[in-house]
Design a binder for this molecule. Structure first.
Ligand code: UFG
Length: 376
């Protein structure tokens, strides 16, 4: 087992980083803990946005992880960045090929799984539901079947508040009706239903975390939200602030909200990951299936988020008013009492700090792409 030390540096990359000075001085002061009764943890989708932050947290706390990713939306560069912190096994494979996942369970002594791999863009799912059902449903089914065949019976699953659909009341609790209004939400609900049946019949225990709007970036290493075709609000605002190329669009200003723009529950990535650690611990301790909303309970409108970004950027950020996007509910906020009571999960990051971390990450991505261009 390794213990903690200085966060590793790499001249090429960290020279570009706004975090460099901070990092070179930073001694990670994480407390050593091991997840209750768990040895090797498989992370599917560990090269993606949320998965990579989870890998880092587990590495930081000396857990043994193996990452499985097809790199369709994740990045090899993120794996390399994580490996600078501590080495781990990375397997390139696709959950849609059951053989790939069978090999994994055959070759490694995996005890539990955190399943992030999947597609998650609502608009894309409306245009191309086929790839959502293949990746999210078929991929998950292959994983669960392989787990059962290999007697691995604990999983934390990335679900979403999109399974609730248009809310009947706010904030949304876990008992709210499930009536997703887009294929993305439907695929996640289908997987949740499979998990219920697999618990009943095969004893597969799951904790499903229904995320609200994940945002922000690591404050410790150079990882963050990195989609080739970005659709999310905070990265889009910051890209538009930092470059002249991207024009920010506000999708709809006549929603029945205080300023006419949509309200979402923005949950910091490091807080969100903390919920996964607590969920794994819960599975280890209680060997019981459960489901939790993971949001702050607070809501911010699109215009409020733009205004927070302007404070950090210290300049006005231009935007256009565009038509509403299909399938955007006016308000989504979480009732997170259950996660607080049972998991003892308390989100404690302020939105301004979350946006600052996203801003630093966007600057890093921008400088990185300039450096790549200069090479060619
Ligand atoms: N928005 C803009 N301009 C943009 C991007 C977004 O005005 O350039 C608005 C959207 O219309 C929406 C809000 O900002 O009102 C948030 O949009 P995001 O795309 O950032 O996030 P979503 O709420 O649409 O989706 C996210 C996840 C989904 C998850 C959903 C649950 O991407 O996977 O939260 O709310 F299902």
């Amino acid at each position: 087992m390794r213990f903690f030390g200085l966060c590793p540096q790499n001249d090429d990359v960290t020279n570009l980083s706004p975090l460099t000075t901070h990092h070179s001085l930073l001694i990670i002061k994480a407390k050593k803990f091991l997840i209750y009764n768990i040895s090797m943890i498989l992370i599917t989708g560990g090269a993606g946005y949320i998965g990579s932050h989870c890998v880092y947290e587990l590495l930081k706390h000396n857990n043994d992880v193996i990452v499985f990713d097809n790199l369709s939306t994740g990045h090899k560069e993120i794996i390399d960045e994580l490996k600078k912190y501590r080495d781990f096994k990375f397997v390139l494979g696709d959950l849609k090929n059951k053989n790939d996942i069978d090999e994994l369970f055959k070759n490694y002594d995996i005890d539990s799984v955190i399943h992030f791999a999947g597609l998650s863009i609502v608009s894309e799912s409306v245009k191309n539901p086929k790839i959502y059902y293949e990746n999210n449903v078929l991929g998950s089914l292959n994983l669960f079947n392989s787990m059962i065949e290999n007697n691995v019976k604990k999983i934390v699953f990335s679900s979403t508040c999109a399974i609730y659909g248009d809310p009947d009341y706010l904030p949304i609790d876990e008992n709210h009706q499930k009536k997703p209004i887009n294929p993305y939400g439907k695929t996640k609900l289908t997987v949740e239903n499979i998990l219920d049946d697999y618990d009943y019949s095969y004893g597969l225990k799951s904790v499903r975390l229904r995320y609200f709007n994940a945002c922000g970036a690591s404050t410790e290493i150079n990882i963050g939200e990195w989609h080739n075709n970005e659709t999310h609000l905070i990265p889009n605002i910051l890209k538009s602030a930092l470059t002249n190329k991207n024009t920010l669009n506000i999708f709809g200003t006549d929603y029945p909200t205080k300023d006419g723009t949509c309200i979402r529950d923005y949950v910091n990535i490091e807080d969100l990951i903390n919920a996964h650690i607590k969920a794994l611990d819960y599975l280890g301790k209680y060997n019981s299936t459960n489901v939790f909303n993971i949001g702050t309970g607070l809501g911010n409108s699109v215009k409020e988020i733009i205004s927070e970004c302007e404070k950090i950027h210290a300049q006005k950020i231009k935007y256009n008013i565009s038509p509403k996007r299909d399938g955007d509910p006016a308000v989504l906020t979480a009732n997170n009492n259950k996660a607080k009571d049972i998991l003892k999960w308390v989100p404690d990051k302020m939105i301004k700090d979350t946006i600052l971390s996203a801003y630093n990450w966007e600057k890093y991505l921008l400088l990185r792409s300039i450096k790549e261009c200069n090479k060619t």
